[in-house]
Design a binder for this molecule. Structure first.
Ligand code: NAD
Length: 376
């Protein structure tokens, strides 16, 4: 099989879908790997390193014209025009973007969106949402620490004592857990909120305090259980009580890391303008949900501006929309391994391409085939 590795075209995208490590494995399995010149530059991987791993360096037409193309993000119109009908595309293709999927289907591609993989034990090694969210949670805290003009750890110095930073983490999925762990390593005091009761123990095990908002009705309890491990929209009654609890913590916080998301829906508003006003000057909000608020505006905070860092009411609000791309080398290394693990399912050893829809992971990731969008 000829496997192409395209250079990413989205603004600010520095990741790459294959690394010398994964190229070497694909070549060892008898595949030809065609890497677009400069594809690894943003992630500090040179063409020479790919060549040493057995890849052939080619141009965009060479990489995108392969039978199987690996990307990080969905190809733009120019890249799509270089792809061959009937070829296979594997990437983070945004399974909730119906128009984007329709474009892939119209181009005659068999497309797999890795974000659609189930969150099961078997799918863990190819779980791109986890590998990238982990990085986002880490980088969010590093950015906050960089902007914040005080220390994170409590320090006792000859010149006096410095208090530990108070960090509030909203949404404790993969990104939130890593944000807690990273802030903890830096010495902060941390409180965290989530709708799912199952995270309470995880929060405690990382040395943070869970902001408890008890469920008062069966409806609240049922919603909090979520579906497939994901959150569901909570009843307004619970959200109001959560907001009251969160507001108290946010007013005292130095740093807020907001990561709350509900798949396929707008990110919930958790930090109102009123709450931002209540924060101390110089505090920092990093809104990982930037660009995912109602109508694609805002994030967990309506004042967030996607792609920008702004100062509102004296508070720095970071709206970076692609945190993993800021840790491009490791983000690519982990993503490329996820891709390789997925390829094991559709390119079994010593066999050609095999799309087995009995395999729940393959079936879930398939978003376009035979010029049809296959995702419900
Ligand atoms: P996500 O990015 O979809 O959401 C981030 C967090 O926001 C979630 O914890 C969610 O509960 C929370 N949230 C939503 N609305 C909220 C609100 N109003 N207030 C506070 N928090 C809110 O989540 P994710 O990181 O993709 O993780 C989703 C689930 O998948 C988790 O249960 C995680 O443990 C699970 N998971 C399972 C596997 C596996 O078994 N293979 C792998 C990774 C993740």
């Amino acid at each position: 099989m000829r496997i192409g590795v395209a250079a990413e075209t989205a603004a600010g995208e520095r990741r790459v879908a294959a690394t010398p490590e994964t190229v070497k494995k694909l070549v060892a399995q008898g595949h030809a790997v065609l890497v677009q010149a400069g594809a690894g530059e943003g992630a500090s991987v040179t063409d020479a390193a790919y060549q040493a791993a057995g890849a052939e360096i080619t141009d965009s037409a060479g990489a995108l014209g392969a039978e199987l193309v690996l990307t990080v993000r969905s190809p733009d119109a120019q890249a799509l025009a270089l792809m061959k009908p009937g070829s296979v595309l594997v990437g983070m293709l945004d399974p909730f973007d119906r128009d984007g999927l329709a474009r892939l289907a119209a181009a005659g591609l068999t497309a797999f969106a890795l974000e659609a993989a189930p969150r099961t034990t078997r799918a863990q090694s190819l779980d791109v949402l986890s590998s990238q969210a982990n990085i986002a949670g880490y980088k969010a805290v590093i950015i906050a620490a960089n902007i914040y003009q005080r220390f994170f750890p409590m320090l006792m110095t000859a010149a006096g004592t410095v208090k530990a930073a108070r960090v509030v983490v909203l949404g404790v999925g993969v990104a939130g857990l890593q944000a807690i762990a990273t802030a903890k390593r830096l010495g902060a005091t941390i409180e965290a909120s989530d709708v799912r009761p199952s995270v309470k123990e995880q929060v405690a095990s990382l040395g943070a305090k869970f902001i408890d908002v008890p469920y008062e009705t069966q409806e609240e309890k049922d919603a909090a259980e979520g579906v497939g491990g994901y959150a569901r929209p909570m009843p307004a009654s619970w959200l109001q009580r959560q907001q009251a609890e969160v507001a108290k913590r946010v007013a005292q916080a130095d740093v807020v890391i907001a990561t709350a998301l509900i798949p396929g829906r707008a990110a919930p508003t958790l930090i109102t303008e009123e709450m931002v006003r209540s924060m101390k000057p110089g505090s920092v909000i990093v809104d990982i949900a930037a660009g995912k608020g109602e109508g694609g505006v805002g994030g967990n905070c309506p004042l967030t501006e996607a792609g920008a860092t702004v100062v509102k009411h004296g508070v720095h609000i970071v709206g970076e929309t692609n945190l993993p791309a800021l840790v491009a080398a490791d983000a690519s290394a982990l993503y490329a391994r996820n891709v390789l693990d997925f390829l094991k399912l559709i390119l079994p050893k010593d066999e050609g391409l095999k799309i087995d829809l009995q395999d729940d992971i393959v079936a879930a990731c398939l978003v376009a085939r035979d010029r049809q969008v296959t995702r419900a």
